[in-house]
Design a protein around this ligand. Structure first.
Ligand SMILES: Nc1ncnc2c1ncn2[C@@H]1O[C@H](COP(=O)(O)OP(=O)(O)OP(=O)(O)O)[C@@H](O)[C@H]1O
Ligand SMILES: [Mg+2]
Length: 217
């Protein structure tokens, strides 16, 4: 179970983005987070991922806890061990080709077995219809292709918590169905920020962020 308890975050005194916001996500469930542009969806995912520190409140997952007092090493350890993220701005490494981008988290984890890495990357790339792009630099790809590379990179180490920030915003309906099937069948907890009604209706639970609070729909 992932517990988000009374999280507050403001970027300056006038802009209180999250105000004692909370939600509980059961293991293996697939949930959507919705809300108007600027309401704090990306901020929430960044806090869960340990990329941002909350001003107050706590993120609890198994025996881990992240609070405003957690230092950057504790936050990055949590991310390294538990979280895969598909950021809204994707954050691919443009100097790398698609294969190297997807394989990167395995290299970070110290996996040395090249055959294992090649097989794993090819398997995921085939499922996401990007196998023919593996040798291309990511700077040459379309946004929808980059979204699938970012998804492949996020799932290659099978993290127990997968966070996806508008992961289908650039996809046609056929490709969106392929990507959604990856999320729905993912063997872990998935939190998807989306404005897409097809994505939202595929999720088991929907949470709305409004006026700094999170409510279950
Ligand atoms: N690093 C930052 N510094 C200052 N303000 C920030 C920062 N990041 C986000 N904000 C502010 O926090 C608010 C919430 O931003 P956030 O990116 O979480 O919104 P969002 O719900 O993801 O919006 P969108 O749907 O447009 O992606 C906005 O008012 C934004 O300007
Ligand atoms: Mg956002």
């Amino acid at each position: 179970m992932l517990q988000i308890q009374s999280i507050s975050k403001s970027f300056d005194k006038k802009n209180i983005v999250l105000d004692q916001a909370g939600m509980v996500v059961q293991d293996y469930s697939k949930v959507a987070v919705i809300g108007k542009s600027g309401c704090g969806k990306t901020t929430l995912l960044n806090i869960i991922a340990g990329l941002l520190s909350p001003d107050d409140g706590e993120i609890i997952y198994k025996d881990f806890s992240l609070t405003s007092k957690s230092n950057s090493k504790e936050r990055s350890d949590f991310r390294f061990n538990h979280v895969g993220i598909i950021p809204q701005r994707l954050c691919l490494i443009n100097e790398y080709n698609v294969f190297q981008n997807i394989a990167y988290p395995l290299r970070l984890k110290g996996v040395k077995d090249n055959k294992f890495i090649i097989d794993k990357v090819k398997d995921i790339a085939n499922r996401l219809n990007i196998a023919e792009l593996l040798n291309k630099k990511t700077s040459l790809l379309s946004t929808g292709q980059c979204q699938r590379v970012a998804l492949a990179r996020a799932i290659i180490t099978s993290p127990p918590i997968l966070l996806a920030d508008e992961p289908t915003s650039a996809l046609d309906s056929e490709t969106r169905a392929i990507v959604m099937s990856e999320f729905i069948n993912y063997p872990g907890t998935v939190i998807i920020v989306s404005h897409d009604s097809h994505v939202i209706s595929s999720c088991q639970e929907v949470f709305l962020i409004e006026d700094g609070r999170i409510t279950k729909m």
